[in-house]
Design a protein around this ligand. Structure first.
Ligand SMILES: [Zn+2]
Length: 249
């Protein structure tokens, strides 16, 4: 199993970064024990983007824009990226420095251009000039390819923008991990959904599906702080993630 844990695609959803950082920190030994030593990666894009690393990027390896992405780990690994959008997190914006919604910039077939401004307003879901126009998106795709990621868990909070988006576990997948995702939803008592309720062109879910990779988007309650979210959910996530790996305790 090759798993990717991803957070702060949207800079205003800080609690997602808190959760992933704490999760990897608290369960490092458990996870390494399960997935073999040297197979737990923790990456940051902050330096590459000229942003001071946040407190959620403890012990992260800084990625280089022109760096080679290779992995010696053959079968079981976890890659974590607690902050996909360092500029957005630092400036408390949903989008990145170019006002692009990173969850609409993936090079999926359904990527759709949208005007930056609608009725004189900024488009909060602005997908960028073209698919994969943003460094963050390019790096994310490189990681997915280099590590041959099979399952993505993308952590968000339901920060209200334009569409209602209740807390949930949303499954975009190939059926492989559907049952597992349903069980995770049952454990966490978060509703299981397969349709988020509105179109999401250029989203990570759309991109993954085309690549035959399962993607689970976790929407935590935005009203809760990171500490409460961690306390409420980290144990359920650990036991579920353990089930994904053959060497489970
Ligand atoms: Zn989000």
């Amino acid at each position: 199993m090759k798993l990717l844990l991803l957070a702060a695609t949207h800079g205003v959803e800080e609690q997602s970064s808190y959760f992933v950082n704490q999760f990897v920190k608290n369960y490092r030994q458990d996870l390494l024990h399960l997935v073999k030593v040297d197979s737990l990666f923790k990456f940051s894009l902050s330096e590459m983007l000229g942003v001071k690393a946040s407190s959620y990027e403890e012990n992260c390896t800084q990625l280089k824009l022109d760096g080679k992405f290779t992995s010696k780990a053959k079968s079981n690994l976890i890659v974590s990226l607690p902050v996909l959008n360092p500029h957005g997190l630092a400036h408390q914006t949903r989008s990145n420095a170019n006002d692009v919604d990173l969850n609409r910039n993936l090079p999926s077939k359904n990527w759709a251009s949208a005007k930056f401004r609608i009725d004189g307003q900024k488009n909060p879901y602005y997908p960028g000039e073209f698919p994969s126009s943003e460094i963050e998106t390019q790096i994310l795709c490189k990681i997915i390819e280099a590590f041959k990621i099979e399952l993505i868990m993308s952590f968000h909070t339901n920060h209200f923008i334009q569409n209602e988006n209740p807390p949930q576990i949303n499954y975009d997948g190939t059926i492989k991990h559907k049952k597992w995702a349903e069980q995770l939803a049952a454990k966490t008592k978060l509703p299981f959904t397969e349709d988020i309720g509105y179109p999401t062109p250029g989203s990570l879910g759309s991109y993954s599906k085309e690549k035959n990779i399962d993607c689970i988007t976790v929407e935590f309650d935005d009203k809760l702080d990171g500490e409460t979210i961690s306390k409420n959910y980290q144990e359920s996530f650990l036991t579920s993630i353990q089930e994904l790996f053959p060497g489970k305790a």
